[in-house]
Ligand binder design. Sequence first.
Ligand SMILES: [Zn+2]
Length: 99
Amino acid sequence: MFAQDLKALQDFLAKTIAKLEGVTVVSSNIIAKIVKEQPGIILRPGLGLRLTCNFCGREIKGKPETHKIGDREHSFCCKTCRASYKEKYQHRLRSLSKT
Ligand SMILES: [Zn+2]
C-alpha cells in the first residue's frame, strides 16, 4: 500500500516537476529518499515527565502504577505503594464511589 502511494507520488511529482521551467532532471530516487527520511514522531511514555509516588513520595522511574480515584489518576512507584494507598484511603474511596 505504501509502495503504491510512493509510486503514485513519484509519478505525480515526475509529471508535475518535469513541466516546471528550469527543472530538467527528476530523480525518483531522491524523492524516495525524502519520503523515507521524514522524521516520525516518537513518543516514549514518561519521557521528560517527573512523576512522584502518591504514597511514598519517591520519584517514579519507568512505568508508574496508576489508580483512578474519581476523575483523578494517581501514580505510584510500585504495586505495594498503590495497594497501601488504596488501603489507607479505603474509607475515602468508598465515600467517593457513592457519589
Ligand atoms: Zn512509592
